[in-house]
Design a protein around this ligand. Sequence first.
Ligand code: PLP
Length: 414
Amino acid sequence: MSGEGMPAEGLSAEEVLAAIRARRDRDADWRGGRTFSLVYNPDHPELEKLQEQVALEFLHENALNPFAFPSLTEMDAEVVAWGSELVHGPGPGRMTSGGTESIFLAVQTARDEAVEGRGVTAPVLLTADTVHPAFAKAAKYLGVEHVKVPVGADGRADPVAMTERMDALTGRVALVVGSAPCYPYGVIDPIAELAGAAARRGLLFHTDACLGGWLLPFWEELGRAVPPWDFRVEGVTSLSADVHKYGWTIKGASLVLYRDKALLNRQFFLYDGWPGGLYGSATTAGTRPAAPIAVAWATIRHLGRAGYLELAGRVAAATDRFRDGITAIDGLHLTHPPDMSVMEIGTSGGAGVGAVGDFMDDRGWHLDRQQGGLHLMLWPYHLKVADQFLADLGQAALTTAADRGRTAGYGGIA
Ligand SMILES: Cc1ncc(COP(=O)(O)O)c(C=O)c1O
């Protein structure tokens, strides 16, 4: 279609739908449990139907102006309060469009606190090298230097090496970050040690719980071992938690939370330097879609704690099934024992990571390639496909190849 220019005449609604559906046929089959990132599938048809109805109800509203649509302001505030309670937070925060926006805002507020509050001239963002690329992107966009420290053999941030860098960067560190868990390996950084070291030096500390924020509280309730990661750790001053991941809502919903209101205030933008009157916004976006707010509210209200616990139990069952199945396959292993439902499959002996990935592609699975292995992220629907997946993976491990195969992570530029 590209190169034809904007169509002179419109198509009928039926023709438009047919055209869209034809294009969609080539998309990844997430409904069939064939993907392990991008779409989190709770296998909950009733919830999905409710989400679609609520999205339709709020398809056209705009959450930019809290006075025009107080219903959205109320729902936003309730989602923040519920999420904050889950992570034992004092409260202040905002809904954002996703993990990346939450992270941008946490880096921006920390940068401004360092520059305006402490007179730092060249602020630094200090993270482990497993931290999500959103931090590198935030550093690039916000003019902050990103210093990355190699993780230890267990895949976790190394608190000794990180503390040394806090000291070596004398006074320049605007924000120290730990992940709960990190995306590549699914392990939780030693948040208590990292945040404690930051606090003793008067530095801000952010827990990136974009992945774990809505699952780890229930993981803990299930009796699984969860090292400290949330606001119960005193030095944690901000936290990101994505409702559109293990919070099971539609795309466009995350939380950025702070320990202190003063830090949140640095996020707000008020402006009257134009003829259009006072303009205010609490997050990065101007015009803001309303559906993600309403659907997040509806999802949490529908599931309640009991629903989240039940879904977490099914994620835990899927995690056990996949972990045990993978480690039983000759030539495959998990590179770092995961703390949650996210893991990396490594190969040893003959099979190359790329070759195993290619074999699985050919069987209709979509596994993201990392530098050291194949990435796996699990949700309830995967229980339905575990046997088939493990059978195909066993076959894949038998095919050994010297080539590195195709390479692709879970993001991309078309
Ligand atoms: C640990 C972690 N942080 C941040 C993000 C960024 O989230 P988003 O893709 O919603 O911007 C992700 C995404 O997978 C993540 O896994």
